[in-house]
Design a protein around this ligand. Structure first.
Ligand code: NAI
Ligand code: DG6
Length: 524
C-alpha cells in the first residue's frame, strides 16, 4: 500500500450493473436500507431493517442555466456577479502581498471533493463533487436580476466594497452594462432605512400587475439569452413576516386571488416566488421571512417546482451546526451558547429595525433543536435545552466584514466545565456567494432527476417515474431553517446534511452510500 491520497479531475465513470447511460439519461438502481425503530411494551427499541429499491433517471446533460437574483445590486448579488465575470474572463488582481487568480473556493460543487474508494495501491481516491455527475458550470451561468436600487452592477460592486479595488477596476467595463430590472416593492415589508434606495421599482402598486411583469421578466431573460432553465434566488433584504390567515394565503387558489385583489399581506418576496413557480423555475429563499406561505408551498407542489429555504446558513450558524453536533454527539452537554455578530453592511443596517430583526432572530436561534433532541441521555425531554442567546450589532466601520464571537459552556465528565470560545472574521458576502451558485447548480441538477420505486417483482413502469418532492430538503445544507416535505424531520447537523447530498449524488450514479467503515483494511 502507498501512503497518501489523490484527487482526480474529469468526470467519474461508474462500472456497475447498477448504472447505465441510455437515451440521454443516467439510469441507476439503488438499494435503500432504512430501519423501522419501534418501542416495545417495556420501552426497549426494536429495530427492523427494511429495504426498497429505487430507480433514478437523470437527464445526462445540464441545461443552459440562468440565475436571476432578487436583490442583484446588493452585496451578495454583486459579489456573485463579479466572481463569475472574473472567472469567465480570467481576471487576476494585485494586493500588497501577491497576484490573485479567480476561483470558486467556498463552493461545495466546485471546490469540495467526495471519496470514491481505494486505488490499486491502497490510496484514497477523491473526485471534485462537480465530477460525480454532469452539473452546470458556474462560468456558463447567465446572470440577471431585480433590485429596488437602479445602480448598475459595477457601481453596486463598488458600493458593496467587498472585493479589492484593483479587481473592481478591472471588472468595471464588464459590469457597468448590467442593470437590475425594476423590482416589486412594498414599503410595508422593508425597514424605513431602505426606502431611499428604492429608485428602480415597477410603477404599478397593483400586485397582479407586478406578478405579470415579473413573469414577463423571467420569460424575456430566458428568451434573450437562449436559456433552457432558470433558477431564481432571493438575496434581497430580509422582510417582515407576512400575516398568515385563512382565505388569504392558506391555499394556492386563495393566494392567487389575494394577489389579484392586491391584498396587503402578500409580500414582494411571495410575488417573486409565485412568478418563478408559474414559470417553472426553482425558487430559493435566502432570507428568513415566510415567503413560503402555505399557498405558495401548495402551488410549488402542484407545478412540480423546487423550492428551498429559508435563510442562507453561511457563517456563525453553520459553525453552530458543526460545533453543537460535535459536542453533543460526543456526550458533552452544552449548557449555554452565547453568540454575537457585528458588522456594518446594508443587510445589518436593515436589521437594526426591530420588526425586520424578528425573523432573522428566529432563524439564527433555532439551528440546534434536532441535535439536542437526538440525545435524550443528556437532555431530558421538555426543558433543559441550552440557553441560546443571539445578539447582533450594526458597526458601520466594519462594512461587510462579519465578526462572530461565540462562547459555548458545557458540562462534561463528572460535571467538569468545558468552555469553548471562538472568534471568526470573514466578509459576509464571501461566505454567502458560493452558496448562491451551488444552490442554482443543484436546483438545476435535482430538477433533472426522476425516481420510481420497484414493485415486489423488481419492476418499474416507465410512466411511474416522477420528480422528487418540491420542498428540496437535500439543499438544507445551505439553509438555517431547512424546508422539508411533509413528515420529514428537519436536520440541522452539517455533517448529516453533507452526507445526504453526497449519498444522493452517489445513488444517482449507482454507487452505494459512503459508510466510512474501511473494512477492506480493518478486516482484510
Ligand atoms: P444587501 O442589503 O447588500 O442586498 C440586498 C439587496 O436587495 C439590496 O440591493 C436591496 O436594494 C435589494 N432589495 C430589497 N428589497 C427588494 C425587492 N423587493 N426586490 C428586489 N430587490 C430588493 O444584503 P446582502 O448582504 O446582499 O444580503 C442579502 C440577503 O441575504 C439578506 O436578506 C441577508 O439577510 C441574507 N443572508 C445573507 C447572508 C450572508 O452571509 N451574506 C447569510 C444569510 C442570509
Ligand atoms: C447578522 O448576523 C447578519 C446576518 O444577515 C448574517 O450575516 C446572516 O444571517 C448569516 O448568518 P450566520 O449566522 O450564518 O453567520
Amino acid at each position: 500500500r502507498v501512503a497518501g491520497a489523490i484527487t482526480a479531475s474529469g468526470l467519474l465513470t461508474v462500472k456497475s450493473p447498477n448504472v447505465r447511460v441510455e437515451d440521454g439519461f443516467i439510469r441507476s438502481r439503488f438499494r435503500y436500507v432504512t430501519v423501522n425503530a419501534v418501542l416495545d411494551e417495556e420501552g426497549n427499541v426494536v429495530a427492523i431493517p427494511t429495504e426498497r429499491f429505487y430507480r433514478f433517471k437523470t437527464k445526462f446533460q445540464p441545461r443552459k442555466l440562468g440565475l436571476l437574483q432578487v436583490g442583484w445590486g446588493g452585496n451578495n448579488g454583486s459579489t456573485v456577479t463579479a466572481a463569475v465575470v472574473a472567472n469567465q474572463q480570467g481576471v487576476s488582481w494585485e494586493t500588497r502581498d501577491r497576484v490573485h487568480l479567480p476561483n470558486y473556493n467556498g463552493s461545495l460543487t466546485q471546490a469540495a471533493t467526495l471519496r470514491v474508494g481505494f486505488d490499486d495501491h491502497g490510496r484514497d481516491v477523491f473526485v471534485p463533487i462537480k465530477s460525480v455527475i454532469p452539473m452546470a458550470e458556474p462560468n456558463n451561468i447567465v446572470l440577471g436580476g431585480w433590485d429596488i436600487s437602479g445602480f448598475n452592477l459595477a457601481d453596486a460592486m463598488d458600493r458593496a466594497g467587498v472585493l479589492e479595488p484593483d479587481l473592481r477596476r478591472k471588472l468595471r467595463p464588464h459590469m457597468e452594462t448590467m442593470k437590475p430590472l425594476p423590482a416589486a416593492f412594498d414599503r410595508q415589508f422593508i425597514a424605513k432605512n431602505q426606502v431611499p434606495r428604492a429608485d428602480n421599482i415597477i410603477e404599478s402598486q397593483d400586485k397582479q400587475v407586478q406578478l405579470d411583469q415579473l413573469r414577463r421578466d423571467i420569460r424575456d431573460f430566458k428568451e434573450q439569452n437562449g436559456l433552457e432553465f432558470v433558477v431564481v434566488v432571493w438575496t434581497g433584504n430580509s422582510e417582515r413576516y407576512a400575516v398568515e390567515s385563512e382565505g388569504v394565503n392558506d391555499t394556492a387558489d386563495n393566494l392567487l386571488s389575494s394577489i389579484k385583489s392586491s391584498h396587503q399581506e402578500v409580500s414582494p418576496s411571495t410575488l417573486y416566488c409565485v412568478a418563478s413557480i408559474l414559470e417553472g423555475c426553482p425558487y430559493v429563499n435566502g432570507s428568513p421571512q415566510n415567503t413560503f406561505v402555505p399557498g405558495a408551498v401548495e402551488l410549488a407542489k402542484k407545478h412540480n417546482v423546487i423550492i428551498s429555504g429559508d435563510d442562507f446558513k453561511s457563517g456563525q450558524t453553520k459553525m453552530k451546526s458543526v460545533l453543537a453536533d460535535y459536542l453533543i454527539g460526543c456526550g458533552v452537554k452544552i449548557k449555554t451558547m452565547v453568540t454575537y455578530n457585528h458588522l456594518g453592511n446594508n443587510d445589518m443596517y436593515q436589521l437594526t429595525d426591530e420588526v425586520m430583526w424578528k425573523p432573522k432572530s428566529a432563524s439564527k436561534s433555532r439551528v440546534i433543536e434536532d441535535i439536542v433532541d437526538s440525545n435524550g441521555t443528556l437532555y431530558k425531554a421538555g426543558g433543559d435545552s441550552p440557553d441560546h442567546v443571539v445578539v447582533v450589532k450594526y458597526v458601520p466601520f466594519l462594512g461587510d466584514s462579519k465578526r462572530d464571537v461565540s462562547e459555548y459552556t458545557s458540562e462534561t465528565f463528572m460535571d467538569c466545565h468545558y468552555t469553548t470560545i471562538m472568534h471568526n472574521e470573514c466578509l459576509d458576502s464571501a461566505l454567502c456567494s458560493p452558496l448562491i451558485l451551488d444552490l442554482a447548480i443543484f436546483a438545476e441538477l435535482f430538477s433533472r432527476v426522476l425516481y420510481a420505486v420497484e414493485d415486489e417483482n423488481g419492476k418499474v413502469k416507465e410512466e411511474s417515474f416522477s420528480s422528487m418532492e418540491s420542498a428540496m430538503s437535500v439543499l438544507g445544507f445551505y439553509m438555517k431553517i431547512p424546508r422539508t416535505p411533509p413528515g420529514e424531520p428537519i436536520v440541522n447537523a452539517l455533517g448529516r446534511q453533507k452526507s445526504c447530498i453526497e449519498n444522493l449524488l452517489r445513488a444517482l450514479v449507482g454507487l452505494e452510500p459512503e459508510n466510512n467503515m474501511l473494512l477492506e483494511t480493518k478486516c482484510p
